[in-house]
Write a protein that binds this ligand. Structure first.
Ligand SMILES: [Zn+2]
Length: 151
């Protein structure tokens, strides 16, 4: 009986903590790139297969080797992508840049293109298969991006 009461209390505390965390996450101005993948904190907590490495973290957070970011920090002369069509941002690389069309097609596989938007970001992390596709894309992007930088 005492164990049951204790478990109920722990459950209530845990639910309250998650609700407060969610509220702070939703109203924060920080981490909006990551937010596009994880709008619900319960997703991040339960998606145990999401184990970001150095490269995947750059895509998830947008805090990586992107000219737009480097330019804002005065570490690069231009924000323009190597394709010359747009600023090199995380979402440009992930969804639009023609330099990564083949890699993107492999990542998206048979998923429907009409899903593009916040839900689509989530789709890339919502299953072990999706996250593996994202990880593969991220590493291909990173290698290609490094080669472009050296040209
Ligand atoms: Zn581009």
């Amino acid at each position: 009986m005492v164990g049951r009461v204790r478990n109920v209390a722990i459950g209530k505390v845990r639910a309250e903590v998650m609700a407060q965390w969610q509220e702070r996450w939703q109203s924060s101005k920080d981490g909006r790139e990551l937010y596009s993948f994880f709008t619900e904190v319960t997703d991040r907590v339960s998606f145990g297969w999401v184990e970001p490495d150095y490269v995947v973290s750059q895509i998830l957070t947008g805090h990586g080797n992107f000219r737009s970011r480097l330019h804002k920090m005065s570490l690069c002369d231009t924000a323009l992508c190597y394709c010359g069509r747009a600023d090199e941002t995380r979402d440009h690389v992930l969804w639009d840049c023609e330099l990564y069309t083949d890699e993107r097609e492999v990542m998206l596989g048979n998923w429907c293109r009409e899903d593009i938007g916040p839900v689509y970001h989530r789709q890339l992390v919502a299953s072990p298969e999706g996250f593996q596709r994202l990880r593969s894309f991220a590493h291909k992007w990173h290698s290609k991006r490094k080669a472009l930088e050296l040209q």
